[in-house]
Write a protein that binds this ligand. Structure first.
Ligand SMILES: [Zn+2]
Length: 392
């Protein structure tokens, strides 16, 4: 099956200016050729689209939760099998909204890993999935109700080995407290630098990259010194942390939608009080700090923490909009963060549309370089050269 796509504007996922009036020819799962619209091409099917962009990459999701107001409660009232079905449903929803790759940063068991395998076998539809398995947290730490409680450097190594054995392809560490766990203080250290250093070393041995949940200032720096590839959230970073990010070449995944969605829905009364209080405290400082990191040249990759309260897997476009409105990115910079930069962070061959690269792409009615909202509701989603979704 050869698919041709004639488009007015092709954003290739990088900072390059869009290419005008070109046709992409997709063959064997890849972009075989990109030619001028007036060149004749043989194809089985031809589409027209105002704009073509790479499929979106969400660097931070939790497939087994649906955006319920009370995340902790989901783990009490729903069992592991129900959450596996949620993960399958959310994978499909994300793909239909234009997300062709996700990184699942923490599940209560192998839910995201099994969905990944079902998709690979062709039994289910969804994005390409990188999965961390269970997040490593200290005993009683943030996310303990779904994570792997881990204490001491050797136990951290063992915990990494366990995730690898279960099928994980990346590792998630909890460096500080967080919003959704009762009693966890976001600013306080949790796993120590020594524990994280051991986990990172073990993960590297097996070719796995490490992401650290880190909100507090000192915990962010501990994780960066330990050698993680990305800091997730990063709300309370300071200038010393910014310097460390740049020195280490680490990425920041700000998950702006996570705190924002809790804050915007504070009045519903459906969220636990401690969640609303912590998110409200972080909300103002987060925008200011992360915008400063962006202006200072820290690499920011798109990731929304989808699955957290009111933060839906099919609403990743909201995170990209917040990169513009809260951080001051141009729409194209935000698109780049959610495509090529996220692909670099994950170490996957995706996020860039060039000849020879995988054909994960979206056909849009609008121009997201002018208005970032054009990324919502793609007309056609193509994953691996095949049509995965077509709007009715
Ligand atoms: Zn998360």
């Amino acid at each position: 099956m050869r698919i041709a796509i004639r488009t007015g504007h092709l954003y290739d996922g990088t900072a390059a200016a869009p290419r005008e009036n070109v046709t992409l020819l997709l063959e064997k799962g890849r972009v075989a050729r990109i030619v001028r619209n007036d060149e004749p091409l043989q194809a089985d099917r031809t589409y027209e689209a105002r704009t073509v962009v790479p499929g979106l990459i969400n660097s931070h999701v939790h497939l087994e939760v649906n955006g319920e107001p009370d995340t902790l409660g989901v783990y009490v009232v729903r069992n592991a099998k129900e959450r596996a079905l949620y993960a399958a449903t959310n994978a499909r929803r994300a793909l239909h909204a234009g997300v062709t790759t996700v990184r699942d940063l923490g599940a209560s068991d192998a839910q995201a890993i099994e969905v990944r395998e079902a998709i690979a076998r062709g039994e289910h539809v969804g994005p390409a999935i990188l999965a961390a398995g269970k997040a490593l947290c200290m005993t009683g730490g943030h996310g303990f109700f779904l994570g792997r409680e881990t204490d001491g450097p050797w136990d951290a190594r063992k915990a990494v080995r366990e995730q690898r054995k279960a099928g994980a392809t990346c590792i998630k560490l909890i460096a500080t407290g967080g919003v959704l766990t009762k009693g966890a203080v976001p600013g306080q250290d949790q796993l120590s630098e020594e524990e994280m250093r051991a986990a990172v070393d073990e993960a590297r041995t097996h070719g796995m990259r490490v992401a650290a949940h880190a909100i507090g200032t000192n915990g962010i720096k501990n994780a960066l010194r330990a050698g993680v590839t990305s800091i997730e959230h990063g709300h309370l970073l300071d200038d010393e942390a910014i310097a460390l990010f740049k020195e280490r070449g680490a990425y920041l995944v700000p998950t702006l939608a996570a705190v924002r969605c809790i804050y915007e829905n504070a009045q519903t009364g459906a969220q636990p009080d401690f969640v609303v209080r912590k998110a409200t405290e972080l909300h103002e400082r987060a925008a200011e700090n992360i915008a400063r990191a962006w202006r200072a040249g820290v690499r920011i990759a798109g990731g929304s923490d989808a699955g957290t309260p009111y933060n839906y897997h099919e609403n990743y476009a909201y995170e990209i909009e917040l990169l513009v409105t809260m951080l001051g990115m141009t729409p194209q910079q935000a698109l780049t963060a959610a495509t090529s930069v996220a692909a670099e962070l994950l170490g996957v061959d995706a996020g860039v549309l060039e000849e020879g690269r995988p054909a994960d792409l979206l056909l849009l009615d609008g121009d997201p370089g002018i208005d970032v909202h054009a990324l919502r509701d793609p007309r056609v989603v193509i994953k691996g050269g095949a049509v995965a979704y077509e709007r009715a």
